[in-house]
Structure formats: C-alpha cells, structure tokens
Design a binder for this molecule. Structure first.
Ligand code: FES
Ligand code: FES
Length: 161
C-alpha cells in the first residue's frame, strides 16, 4: 500500500506491506533509529512517538495507519540546534542511566505537558505509567518532567513579552 506520511517535518511517500509496524518503518525505511524497540509486546513504551501530536507506542501501530498523518520522533524535537526543553531537562536532571527508555520517556513527557502544562508528581507518574525504566527508579524522571514544565512555562512567558 502506498502511504504519504510526514515524519519530523519531512514528507515521505512509500510503498509498504500492510503488516509493517510503524516502528519498523521509522527505523528500517527512514533510518530514524532514535526510536527504539524495547519489548515488541506494547509494554515498555520505548518506541513512543507522537502521531498527530498524541503519544502512541509505534510497535502497536501499523505504518499504514500513519498515512496522511504527522509523526514526530525524538529526532524531530530539537530546533535550530537547540534541544527541546524536555530533552534539556532530562539531561540536566540526570534522568537516565542506560538511556534505552529515554526516547519514549521524552516523547510521553512532551505529550503529558501538552495536556497538562503544570503536573504535580502524581500526575507525572500517572502520565508516564506506560513507560518502563529498569535503571533509574523513576525519581529523576519525575523531577525532569516537572523541570521541563517550568522551562516550557518560562519559554512561553518570554515569548509573550
Ligand atoms: S517496543 Fe513498543 S512498547 Fe515496548
Ligand atoms: S535509563 Fe535504562 S531503562 Fe531507563
């Protein structure tokens, strides 16, 4: 089947098998290897991307379901050489160890903060419950999400001036 999909701002037209998973399309066709496979059973969230702005586990979505839609991967967040505030917050707050869960954690955090720009700790934990991390114990990930919220509010306040 032919699909036309926008990924990280670029438009791609491709013929794909109907059974091809979005995560495999992103990694193997487009070389977007920043999106990773952690489990292949829809449990870990490492493969999370945004589909029309909403987080999805790309191992549980078919590439054909992205037809005529926009996908954002972790590789599409930085702008003009500057990290996205959520990426910056994860780096500054030491919210990763091995880093395998990090692309998915970051994409889910972006979605969470789009929905709720100022979440409390419980809301962050609830918002990220579909993403598993086997290294960090989550404390710094929660701190990073709240730090990112402050950074994004600061950016918006500056933009409004
Ligand atoms: S690889 Fe998609 S949820 Fe684990
Ligand atoms: S940092 Fe290793 S799985 Fe999260």
């Amino acid at each position: 089947m032919r699909i036309v999909v926008t990924v990280d701002g670029a438009v791609y037209t491709d013929d794909v098998e109907p059974r091809l998973l979005l995560v495999h399309y992103l990694r193997e066709r487009l070389g977007k290897v920043g999106t990773v496979v952690g489990c292949d059973t829809s449990n870990c969230g490492a493969c999370t991307v945004l589909l029309d702005g909403k987080s999805v586990k790309s191992c549980s979505v078919l590439a054909v379901q992205a037809d005529d839609r926009a996908v954002t991967t972790v590789e599409g967040l930085a702008k003009d050489g500057a990290l996205h505030p959520v990426q910056e917050a994860f780096r500054e707050t030491h919210a990763l160890q091995c880093g395998y869960c990090t692309p998915g954690m970051i994409m889910s955090t972006v979605d969470l903060l789009n929905e709720n720009p100022d979440p409390d700790e419980e809301q962050v934990r609830h918002g990220l419950e579909g993403n598993l991390c086997r290294c960090t114990g989550y404390q710094n990930i929660v701190a990073a999400a709240q730090d990112a919220a402050r950074r994004m509010q600061g950016t918006q306040a500056e933009d409004a001036r």
